[in-house]
Write a protein of this length. Structure first.
Length: 294
């Protein structure tokens, strides 16, 4: 992280998603993350904080905010919500999943907006967050298993569980009237998976990508990187299928994980975000899964 990092050390394995790309050469100097807010669709805003994105949806009755990211990011997010929706209350905070590097800061939003703004998450986020007992990452007040529809000010927001993907607590948000979706960490726009895919759950992950592609949206924003569309999702599906096929062949030929990481390259994806740093680690993660039980 640039600037002041969140208190990740306390959460151990909870804090295992995307961080390292912020520490790439050129970004190593401590500095406050740059940030901006974009209205990606009518009343649906994407707040970018360094390499992280979150979203908030403005309705006539109030605002629904997603991942606060960090306490510092949450202060800026609150400012941007106020600027975009003056005098409207914050109706709810929704965690995409339980990882601390996306979900921290809800207590800051609550303090700024006043009252006990309800926090919503998938039911599988509840246990890890109660266990973590973090003052900046409060456990959800409301959980669901498959689908929850939030209705406010004439709009609806669908929260959908597509099965295990990146953790078992990952949900996707869909704003039907804007034909816009928001998905975090298990998918992105022309980017490889994070490091050795340690939080990816196979084979369910593949089903979640297909289920995401089946949703009715025109635009999809991601937890990292620029937004995309259905073609972005199909390219992700193809990448993971190609990775799986290459590693399956390697495993069938008896290559060790080291040999697979050394030899396998997918040149078609060489210009993707993260390829240089993480592709060989992606190979290792896929090899670990495919060689399980051998
Ligand atoms: Zn994560």
């Amino acid at each position: 992280m640039q600037g002041r990092p969140p208190p990740l050390a306390r959460f151990g394995t909870l804090a295992i998603c995307v961080l390292a790309f912020l520490l790439a050469p050129g970004n190593a100097q401590a500095q406050a993350p740059d940030w901006d807010t974009t209205e990606l669709a009518n009343g649906v805003f994407i707040f970018r904080y360094g390499g992280y994105n979150t979203a908030f949806v403005v309705t006539e009755d109030g605002v629904v905010a997603f991942d606060p990211i960090t306490p510092d990011a949450a202060r800026l997010l609150a400012q941007e919500i106020r600027r975009s929706a003056p005098a409207l209350p914050l109706l709810a905070i929704v965690y995409s999943h339980h990882h601390a590097d996306h979900a921290s800061g809800a207590s800051v939003l609550r303090a700024i907006f006043g009252g006990r703004v309800p926090i919503i998450a998938h039911e599988n986020a509840l246990g890890p967050l109660i266990e973590a007992a973090s003052p900046v990452l409060p456990a959800p007040d409301l959980t669901f298993s498959r689908r929850l529809t939030l209705r406010a000010g004439g709009r609806s927001i669908e929260l959908l569980y597509l099965g295990p993907s990146h953790t078992t607590s990952m949900i996707v948000a869909l704003v039907p009237d804007a034909k816009l979706a928001f998905a975090v960490d298990f998918v992105g726009n022309d980017r490889v998976g994070y490091r050795d895919l340690g939080s990816h759950i196979f084979p369910d992950f593949f089903s979640a990508l297909e289920a995401l592609d089946a949703l009715d949206f025109d635009t999809i924003a991601f937890g990292h990187g620029p937004p995309g569309d259905h073609d972005s999702i199909r390219r992700q599906i193809r990448y993971y299928e190609d990775l799986r096929a290459a590693v399956e062949q390697a495993v069938a030929e008896g290559w060790t994980q080291d040999e697979a990481a050394e030899r396998i390259r997918l040149a078609e994806y060489a210009d993707w975000t993260g390829y240089e740093e993480w592709f060989t680690l992606n190979v290792r993660g896929m090899h670990r899964w495919l060689s399980r039980g051998r």
